[in-house]
Design a protein around this ligand. Structure first.
Ligand code: EPU
Length: 423
């Protein structure tokens, strides 16, 4: 539920203990979309009950699925038998960019989808041209209207083809992969995104009858099949949560252990942190942040996986405000993702925006509590971290944007020693 809740954070805490990483938002959302490919029941384990996945469950319910949530055990059971048509029109679609993921599977199953343009947060309102191009290459016809579009499959089925993504797109790759599993013949996807969540989705679909090879590489080949079944899926650990918590330990100059994660998924990030002087002990499924020397400035450019994740750019930008020297952060994926630095500057940091994609940061600077507004998920969590290291009290409005991706974040951080009140 969208509410008027705020966070009030008293800065200056020392953290101690362990924090467990939850299931990945960006894996769970895709598996929820894949539910539409079959009539069989699915059980999803390690499910993150965050606002984005709750909205996606509501969308599935609107379509006709029956859902049983077991929040305590992080499980959800979905019976998609009642889904009979592809109608994605309404307020939920306008709020959730990830609703676009449902179009391909619905088109593949029912041959027709009506959709209102999907929306979302400040950075959620990005184009969907790569999706629509892909559906058309697979033989669908698109009819545009003022509020959205109608996609109609070439009857009786979509037809396998070759799609070259002109831009690397994560959800675009996943959407075409899910759409092509029920198409006739072979589909080849080129210049694909390679995120671990894509490989995990392909493994699950393959286990249930799909014929996908190459997921996790730039070329994915899908041989169409008649039927996809369903079973149990365990959501992989959230690499963005893990990376954010590691940076939180460094920012708070505290010893914490981030558990239940896959450090290998942070392959580009951990070496950067170590170069900056972070003292990290990396195990198979944990990362321990130990006390160390003052951090040094290290410049980064965000990059598609396996490069430095754009979703970790905001906390890294904050981290650099506390490091010695000058660093450049180059955000190559999203245009609006550095604008939140204005709000950090209101707290006392020295970040100069060169253009919408680049900032130069001089550090270290003192940080003072302020009243902030979260523009999106990753900037929002960064403001929480800024509040935790600030002198005095920070208030953050629009925390729905933070609850979208981090479950019970105030309670979990308070257990480590933070002082965050939800009011
Ligand atoms: N793009 C287009 N046309 C399209 C689709 C994308 O021009 O049809 C552009 C975007 O505007 C962007 C670039 O392509 O400039 C890459 O965007 P991409 O499609 O890869 O992003 P996404 O799939 O919509 C996912 C994650 C994001 C994450 C990005 C990049 C999900 C649900 N979302 O978005 O996660 O930042 O990949 O890694 O998987 C977040 O979790 O906070 C978040 C924003």
């Amino acid at each position: 539920m969208e509410t008027e809740q705020k966070f009030e954070i008293e800065g200056g805490c020392e953290l101690k203990g362990e924090i467990k990483v939850n299931g990945a938002k960006n894996s769970a959302l895709k598996i929820l979309a894949s539910v539409v490919l079959t009539e069989e029941k699915i059980v999803i384990e390690n499910f993150p009950f965050i606002e984005d996945t709750k909205r996606m469950l509501e969308l599935l319910e609107e379509l006709g699925a029956v859902i049983v949530k077991d929040v305590e055990n992080k499980k959800v059971k979905i019976n998609p038998e009642g889904i009979k048509a592809g109608n994605l029109q309404g307020e939920l679609v306008k709020k959730l960019r990830a609703s676009i993921l449902l179009v391909g599977p619905l088109l593949a199953r029912f041959g027709e989808v009506n959709m209102t343009y999907p929306g979302g947060c400040v950075i959620g309102k990005r184009p969907i041209d790569l999706f629509l191009d892909g559906f058309q290459k697979l033989g669908a016809k698109i009819e545009w209207n003022d509020d959205g579009f109608k996609a109609i499959a070439n009857k009786p089925k979509l037809i396998g083809t070759t799609i070259f993504f002109s831009k690397i797109t994560v959800t675009g790759t996943e959407a075409m992969m899910m759409t092509a599993v029920l198409a006739e013949g072979k589909t080849v996807l080129k210049n694909c995104a390679m995120e671990p969540e894509i490989k995990s989705l392909a493994d699950y679909l393959n286990y249930n009858g799909a014929k996908i090879s190459g997921a996790g590489t730039p070329t994915i080949v899908i041989k169409g099949t008649e039927k996809i079944s369903a079973g149990t899926f365990k959501v992989i650990p959230d690499r963005i949560e893990a990376g954010t918590f590691v940076m939180m330990g460094l920012l708070c100059k505290s010893e914490i252990t981030v558990t239940d994660c896959v450090p290998e998924h942070l392959g580009a990030v951990l070496p950067v942190l170590k170069n900056a002087g972070a003292n990290l002990e990396v195990g198979e499924d944990y990362i321990k942040v130990k006390k160390g020397e003052r951090l040094k400035a290290v410049s980064i450019s965000t990059h598609e996986y396996p490069g430095f994740a754009t979703d970790l750019q905001p906390p890294y930008t904050l981290l650099m405000t506390q490091a010695e020297g000058i660093s450049l952060v180059h955000e190559t994926i999203f245009e609006g993702r550095l604008f939140f630095t204005d709000q950090l500057n209101s707290m006392g940091t020295a970040i100069v925006m060169c253009d919408p994609h680049r900032v130069v940061i001089s550090g270290p600077t003192g940080i003072y509590g302020k009243k902030l507004t979260s523009p999106d998920l990753r900037a929002g969590i960064t403001m929480v971290l800024a509040g935790m290291i600030a002198h005095g009290k920070t208030t953050i409005d629009n925390i729905y944007q933070i609850d979208r991706g981090y479950e019970d974040i105030d309670e979990r951080l308070n257990l480590l020693g933070a002082n965050i009140k939800r009011v």
